[in-house]
Unconditional design. Structure first.
Length: 133
């Protein structure tokens, strides 16, 4: 406030020529200016605090996004591995099916051969019974 008063004096104002009322008005306006400047300074300080908090929150968001991105990469990799494993299992099941089919065919052939052997055995017994005395 003194610096403003000094400025007024430097500008060549003659304080004695102004009425007391004008001086009081000037002092009130100066007080208003000082009050406004103090309010502005407080608001600026609050803005700095809020900006710092926002910056911290944004940094936390960035860290979280990085973690999520890393998790997505791991999930994609695991899904690819599972897909490959599912393909292997599918191929193995197909091969098991083919082997089972071959075994079933072999079993059927064995059953047919057993039936033929049984028939041949009956025929042999008949032939042997003919030669029995």
């Amino acid at each position: 406030m003194l610096s403003i008063l000094a400025w007024v004096l430097d500008r060549g104002w003659d304080v004695g020529q102004h009425s007391t009322t004008e001086i009081r008005e000037l002092i009130e306006r100066l007080k208003d200016v000082v009050s406004t400047m103090q309010t502005s300074r407080v608001r600026n300080a609050e803005s700095v605090i809020h900006s710092t908090e926002a910056s911290g929150a944004l940094e936390e968001i960035l860290v979280s996004m990085t973690l999520i991105s890393d998790m997505n990469i791991q999930i994609a990799s695991a899904a690819e591995e599972q897909s490959m494993l599912a393909e292997d299992i599918s191929l193995n099941i197909e091969q098991i099916g083919q082997v089972a089919s071959s075994v079933a065919e072999g079993a059927q052939e064995t059953a047919q051969a057993g039936s033929r052997l049984s028939e041949l055995t009956k025929k042999q017994r008949t032939v042997i019974n003919i030669f029995k005395v």
